[in-house]
Ligand binder design. Sequence first.
Ligand SMILES: [Zn+2]
Length: 696
Amino acid sequence: MATRRQFVQSLPAFAVASQMMLDASPVQAQPSTPPQGHFHPKGKAPSEFTKEVLRKAKASLPFGDTRDIDEQKKGLIAPMKEMQIKADAGHVAWDMEKFQFLEQQEEFDSIHPSLHRIAKQNNNYGLYEVIPGIYQVRGFDLTQATFVRGKTGWIVFDPLVAAETIRAAWKLFQEHVGKGLPITTVIYSHSHGDHWGGVRGVVDEADVRAGKVQILAPRDFMEYAVSENVYAGNAMNRRMFYQYGVLLPVSPYGFVSQGLGQGVAKGSSGLIAPTRIVEKDIEEIEVDGVRMIFQNTPNTEAPSEMNTYIPEMKALWMAENVVASLHNIYTLRGALIRDALTWSKYINQALYLFGREAEVLFASHHWPRWGNERVQEILRGQRDLYAHMNNQVLHLANQGVTVNEIHNVYELPKSLRQKWDCRGYHGSVQHNARGVVNRYLGYWDCNPATLIPLSPGDSAPLYVEMMGGAEKILARARQLHDEGKYLLAQEILNKLVQTDPSNREAKDLLADVFEQIGYQQENPGLRNSFLAGAYELRSGIPQGASPKSSGPDVIRAMTTELFLDFLGIRMDSRKAEGLRFTINLITPDNGEKFVIELENATLTNLKGFLAEKPDLTVTINRSDLEQTMMGKKPLQAQIKDGTAKTEGDLTVLAKLAATMVEFDPRFEILPGTKGGPAVVKTADPFEAVPEVSDAE
Ligand SMILES: [Zn+2]
């Protein structure tokens, strides 16, 4: 229900009259205090418009269908009693206490009812039986830990993100089911870090080398486990503050859930290379006495991924290809756009290969589904979800709907909208639809006016001038804000903030607008992005610690070529203008050689070749070079102590080093947000305590 004032303001005549009044006396900002429990001194309660959006959403959703709530609860053997899991480094790696507020109210007016529902579903925290012989420890990390009984021990699917959380999961499992049997096999379902990072928590690398534990992975696993996050790694990490709400406090007004799970554990991650790669498209392997059929599904949810069917148990493991959500086609933190059609086809293949007889479907996130009818229902729904998105977005694109319009035009059919597992808890329909267009047609909408546009900061001042200056924009934006027209308000406020990053009032009002848009979102990535934007506009860029994406294991697994490629990215070419030299790099222990050239302010490398007359030749074992790759020992030091042998002109190394730049993990996204509180001391080094301060 709109208030009378809102109703009156919606009348065209009033708008004209109020505009005339505004011209005479700009509306002043209303002072307000944050709602109780809001973490930010400038935080606002949800508006009547936002509450109405959430009420309407609730009325449109199938709350009568509670099958997935029953499925989530089914098979509980033991809840986890300790609400926190400590990291070896001393801090809290995993904290379920923070998410208990979700249970304390039937609904929150600042949380989309569908997001609240999945967030409560993700509060499952304990040991569950899937079927006799298959168990899951759920809610210990972003991912679920799965244990399958082998002949001589346990087969682990996807050992979580952190060593600490998988260790705790294994402990709970051992207390109730494990019978002291060892882990004989680890299966990495795919190349994303939340599916292998914890492996060192339950497996000793020496046992892997000795053949006591085998590790299976899909085709091309190592290549993609390492390469996906390197080239644009710093930008991706920065964008995680938005998509994943890194440092956004857990609160009804902040971070609520990650959708796939409650979040990512802040523990230690590592990687042990697989001992066996599943190479064939469909490959049958006996794993510790259990017959398993693997289905490679490249270029689906991950570039390297596989499903697994266990015929004797009629159990179908769908990796991360089928979870209880629409997944990301476009990942907001940044990634290559995924192929929704290929994804759909592999789900369809799994349906026809295994799904027509499977009696249980389980996966690396969320909870299982039982009974063949239900398994088929889920597989068909998910198959159609990705196929529809691909085909119908392109259907519209072929009729001229552009990347800048598609999210306002495309929608899923009603039957899919009414399935809980097809709701947007990881990908949203809107940002995925734009992703599909981008995959096929790129970022350009084909309007020449947007082909090589001015940068936002360069075009905005003209808009501000033409709109009559800051005061008029603020007055109009406040009016739009008060009418609940948040998307229009952000258009003009963004121009003002781009023009004058020091305008505190503009930034605060834009933050208020972002906050309301954030509250209205079902999708955690969209919600977090708007709320993170509001946070940074109010307080500046948070300065707390953030999770690191690449530990020593990942760097060890990185090819020398990838490392050299990344040097080419780290190099500031403006500092390399006029430089020209050639280096031969030889790593005898793995028999590799590279020719590296700096020319045209560009650093290139070519594996397998050497220059005839290089300026410098460096010979160093790859195992020693890794110390340099990890930043532990500079190449100069390796040369000085004789670990690296050189021949030729050593000064080229100093010249090359002088062109390198350390990327700032806190670069500015919104204008005027750099330079927030320098160091924020809190009990949790991964969460910032917000303070109001001008960021200018
Ligand atoms: Zn995952």
